[in-house]
Design a binder for this molecule. Structure first.
Ligand code: PEP
Length: 246
């Protein structure tokens, strides 16, 4: 059975004072029955990891370099994330693909770097509105999934997040049928490539998930949880989503 996962992506939000949101989240969910993850900006990984040493919530990064170290000003490596206490890292988020020109091949190399050090890779894929409207959703998602997921991925070390680009931070979400179609497709592709182990990968939905729409999204087959941006910043909002998943 795949364990459900609620993962929060804080993006470029959060300073020291916001650590109180983590305290509140742990207070609201002392013994969660689903897996929890918060991916704060890199500056908060170490304090968050220290705070959560007695709680099952995992702390993750939002990106890593393909190399372990070297002359890459401003970048962070998987080794550094691991050293700071991270257990996972989001890779290939559409904002990184758009802002930093990350290709599927780059995302796959970053995933290898993360997996080799023992971090869980949360690999993001998803179509733009233009691609959806021109009927290319499954082609795009299939291509990104194949190109971004390395051969060393398996159901235990890698999570796939389906995030339609046009649903991120917009308040718009696909219909439940559209979400089901893509999640079933991703599952089938994973099983084609990884055989029986394809059943073990968790596939999250991401894009404008809130407490008010979470339950109906989580009721869809092959939706194993959510990657949540805006609604993960406040513990009380994120808690509503976690409760819908439990
Ligand atoms: C995200 O950035 O991964 C995301 C899903 O954002 P939001 O929940 O704000 O749409």
């Amino acid at each position: 059975m795949r364990r459900k996962l609620a993962a929060g992506n804080w993006k470029m939000n959060g300073i020291g004072i916001d650590l109180e949101q983590l305290d509140r989240l742990m207070e609201l969910h002392p013994n969660p029955t689903v897996d929890l993850m918060i991916c704060p900006p890199a500056t908060l990984i170490h304090p968050m990891a220290a705070k959560t040493s007695e709680h099952p919530i995992h702390i993750g990064g939002q990106d890593c370099h393909t190399n372990e170290k070297g002359a890459h000003t401003g970048d962070i490596s998987a080794v550094m994330l691991d050293d700071a206490g991270a257990r996972a890292v989001i890779l290939g988020h559409s904002e990184r693909r758009a802002d930093h020109g990350e290709t599927d091949a780059v995302v796959a190399s970053k995933s290898v770097a993360a997996l080799e050090i023992g971090l869980t890779a949360v690999i993001c894929i998803g179509e733009t509105l233009e691609e959806r409207e021109s009927g290319k959703t499954l082609d795009v998602v299939g291509e990104q999934l194949a190109g971004s997921t390395p051969d060393i991925a398996n159901g235990g070390n890698t999570v796939i997040a389906y995030e339609p680009v046009w649903a991120i931070g917009t308040g718009k979400i696909p219909t439940l049928e559209q979400i089901a179609e893509v999640h079933n497709f991703i599952r089938a592709e994973l099983e084609k490539r990884f055989g029986e182990d394809g059943k073990a990968f968790r596939v999250l939905y991401g894009g404008s998930v809130k407490p008010s729409n979470a339950a109906e999204i989580f009721a869809i087959d092959n939706v194993d949880g959510a990657l949540v941006g805006g609604a993960s910043l406040k513990a009380d909002d994120f808690s509503g989503i976690i409760t819908a998943l439990e």
